[in-house]
Design a protein around this ligand. Structure first.
Ligand code: ATP
Ligand code: MG
Length: 422
């Protein structure tokens, strides 16, 4: 019996990778403009990091982590998200000691043991941004802007940016108290999960996807009515910045991130065309997290884009170019003659391929066709004898004669000229 991939883990096949490159390139280009640097942290971390960083009471830590004991008896976890690892690295390497604001991004796989479905995998990919060391609402605005810009530059339409504030340790306790009382009163209408968690992490009930719970929460006390002037001012300014750069948003007072260290700004970018898994990007401010993980009291704000969900929104296939030129060399002498040309032409930036097998002309032309090569160079015995080669443009079959002794130079000119015209 043949071995299959693990459930919820997916191969990214060659024909899909051009689309992945496009997404990654667009993100890098946007991040460059904001002065972000890349950080790459390990995929495996100590379990404790996520338990503390994400919170024991979250879905992720309670039931989604890939955790195991290694051969030394250490408890390790495949990272379910990027922030905790990045902050561990930030503290461990004292990046805060370098002064100024630390603007980071990363891209890579995350692992969560969830029920696989459209837009939900067990290994999925995120593009993450974390800005550490600033309280400014401009940092919040930039993080939302960054996420929005990547999706915009990829031409994705039908997106909605939803924003809310979760308040801060000043204004949250009063809200929490009233929310606890409210939830107690409607406990009969809440699902068992919400009832189990409402006492320790009442905000999380806003995150429940259960319709019964949503209905029960319609009259729940909302943070917006409890926000202190500082929090209200912070949100107002962040939204003003967004308005200033023309990014549309809606204030959704029900939006939460159910973790204690999240403070103030929280946001999601939601796509209309994704069904149940509609959130493409999400993020927010987490002023308490660096300290919680043993670092100095440094504020932070970040976001994550779910790449697979983004891919579902990018309809057009992206075709990878596989050959500018296919060299159909016929016979051993011809093959030996042209191999050094491969080197020169590739060094010149062209994509050049040649058959590994010594096949006939017809078979080689067929291969060039399959690769959608723009040109085919025919080098047979006759051509070598006459010292004149044939270069065929595949689009219209037009053929040009190329003198053998200037082959590389002439071909470079022709291939180069065509690229300029495009
Ligand atoms: P959801 O409510 O969909 O489970 P989440 O709140 O768990 O999302 P975050 O932890 O905020 O998600 O992760 C940020 C983004 O990563 C999500 O908005 C989504 O696009 C993507 N994402 C999260 N979990 C998965 C998954 N299992 N498969 C694919 N993408 C995912
Ligand atoms: Mg989830």
């Amino acid at each position: 019996m043949s071995i299959k991939a693990v459930r919820g883990f997916k191969d990214i096949l060659p024909e899909e990778s051009a689309k992945w490159h496009l997404v990654e390139e667009v993100a890098r280009e946007v991040f460059r403009g904001f002065g972000l640097s890349e950080i790459r942290t390990p995929i495996l971390e100590k379990t404790e990091l996520f338990a503390r960083g994400i919170g024991e009471q979250t879905d992720i830590v309670e039931k989604e982590m890939y955790t195991f004991e290694d051969r030394n008896g250490d408890m390790l976890t495949l990272r379910p998200e990027a922030t905790a690892g990045i902050i561990r690295a930030y503290i461990e390497h004292k990046l805060h000691g370098r002064g100024g604001v630390c603007r980071l991004f990363t891209m890579g796989p995350m692992f969560r043991h969830e029920r696989p479905q459209k837009g939900r995998l067990r290994q999925f990919h995120q593009i993450n941004v974390e800005i550490l060391g600033s309280h400014s609402p401009l940092a919040d605005a930039e993080v939302m802007w960054l996420a929005w810009q990547v999706l915009q530059d990829l031409g994705i339409e039908g997106l909605r940016l939803e924003v809310n504030s979760l308040g801060c340790p000043q204004c949250r306790p009063a809200h929490r108290q009233d929310l606890l009382t409210f939830l107690e009163n409607v406990s009969g209408e809440l699902c068992p999960d919400c009832n189990r968690r409402r006492k320790r992490n009442p905000l999380r009930v806003f995150d429940c996807k259960n319709q019964g719970c949503r209905d029960a929460l319609r009259l729940a006390p909302l943070i917006k009515h409890y926000m202190c002037p500082d929090c209200a001012g912070h949100l107002g300014q962040a939204l003003d910045f967004l308005e200033g750069v023309g990014i549309p948003f809606v204030w959704n007072p029900y939006l939460v991130r159910g973790l204690d260290y999240y403070t103030r700004t929280t946001f999601e970018i939601v796509a209309s065309g994704l069904g149940a898994q509609s959130t493409v990007a999400a993020g927010g401010r987490y002023d308490g997290l660096v300290k919680e993980l043993g670092g100095p009291d440094v504020p932070g704000v970040g976001m994550a884009i779910g790449v697979e969900r983004l891919m579902l929104l990018l309809e057009d296939e992206v075709e990878q170019e596989l050959a500018d030129l296919f060299i159909a060399a016929l016979g051993r002498d011809a093959r030996e003659e042209v191999v050094p040309w491969l080197k020169e032409l590739r060094a010149g930036g062209f994509i050049v391929q040649m058959s590994y097998e010594d096949k006939g002309l017809k078979a080689q032309l067929k291969q060039a066709d399959r690769l959608r090569s723009r040109y085919v160079l025919i080098v047979g015995e006759d051509e070598l004898d006459e010292e004149v080669l044939k270069l065929r443009r595949m689009a219209d079959g037009a053929q040009e004669e190329i003198p053998l002794d200037e082959a590389v130079q002439r071909i470079s000119e022709i291939l180069g000229k065509e690229s300029e015209d495009e």
